[in-house]
Design a protein around this ligand. Structure first.
Ligand code: AMP
Length: 295
């Protein structure tokens, strides 16, 4: 595995690899890698000849009161995990080379960013869209691989790719979880042992709502209430949002129709740590409850 920190050096390398006909996959990350990230790297290995993992804690996607300064960093560990998972190039730039003196462009995506993470973290998705566009121009990938863990982010990136004619495929890979269901996150390291135990309520709440959908529940407000009530069983956890929405548009109809894809999304504060999770569910054509009636 080769470590590159200069954008122009990365560009020269990918340009010659593309000329040789190699397919390139990029996995953008902020480092402090875990099994969620390495699953994306392995997906890249499956799809492409060359896998580039990027490691950059992007300041423009953090709000002024967020955890940019204390975001966990461990280059030696990241190097080892990225290499073991099959990375060819670890792109690890410094901030000054990504946001050069006098930089004056931010990408702002509207619509899909208005709600949920976009509403709670003003400016967050401008930072995400900007860094991802820079990474695409630096690494020139055929495939860009992202985790479903950050579901709204995947919609934002798909919008960016469409709107700017980026010539690549966006691949979304499933969320990797601990054995009790907690979604892996670099931020889990902030949790005290007690908070860590309680954090599993996010997964349980999603599971309850998903079971209700399989049994025939399709009313958005009831699904939201199931999520809220489950999380409220742990009073120390404060809900930012817990909602069901159309998985493609994030619209919030009163009722979801059979065959529609619904995204159940949760964001909470567990102590001072903000955690997010989601589940993608299809409204059944033939809910389980009806089957029971006719048995
Ligand atoms: P981050 O380093 O948090 O910016 O995440 C980098 C990429 O890893 C994003 O595409 C995330 O959605 C993805 N990711 C983070 N956690 C997980 C997880 N538990 N399972 C799968 N992908 C993840």
């Amino acid at each position: 595995m080769r470590v590159i920190s200069k954008p122009n050096e990365m560009q020269t390398n990918v340009e010659s690899l593309r000329n040789e006909g190699k397919k390139i996959a990029v996995i953008p990350t902020m480092g402090y890698l875990h099994e969620g990230h390495t699953s994306l790297i392995r997906k890249g290995r499956e799809l492409a000849d060359i896998v580039i993992t990027t490691l950059f804690v992007n300041p423009t996607q953090f709000g002024p009161n967020e955890d940019f300064e204390k975001y966990p960093r461990d280059f030696a560990r990241d190097f080892q995990l990225a290499e073991e998972a099959g990375t060819d190039f670890l792109f690890n730039p410094v901030t000054e080379d990504i946001y050069q003196d006098g930089y004056n462009t931010l990408i702002s995506i509207s619509g899909i960013t208005d709600k949920f993470e976009g509403a709670s973290r003003q400016g967050h998705f401008d930072g995400v869209a900007t860094i991802v566009a820079k990474i695409f121009n630096i690494t020139k990938p055929h495939y860009a691989i992202f985790g479903q863990k950050d579901y709204q982010q995947t919609l934002v990136i798909k919008q960016l790719v469409r709107d700017f004619f980026f010539d690549l495929s966006v691949v979304v890979a499933p969320t990797v979880r601990e054995s009790d269901g907690l979604a892996l996150s670099s931020r889990n390291v902030y949790l005290s042992p007690d908070e860590r135990t309680k954090a599993v309520i996010l997964f349980k709440a999603l599971d309850e709502a998903e079971i209700a959908i399989q049994k025939g529940e399709n009313r958005r407000k009831i699904l939201n209430a199931i999520l809220h009530n489950a999380i409220r069983s742990i009073p120390e956890i404060k809900i930012d949002y817990a909602c069901a929405a159309d998985a493609d548009t994030l619209e919030e109809p009163d009722v979801f129709l059979p065959g529609e894809h619904v995204i159940l999304m949760i964001a909470v504060f567990n102590g001072i740590t903000r955690l997010i999770d989601n589940a993608l569910v299809t409204i059944p054509q033939d809910p389980q409850v009806k089957k029971h009636y006719f048995v």
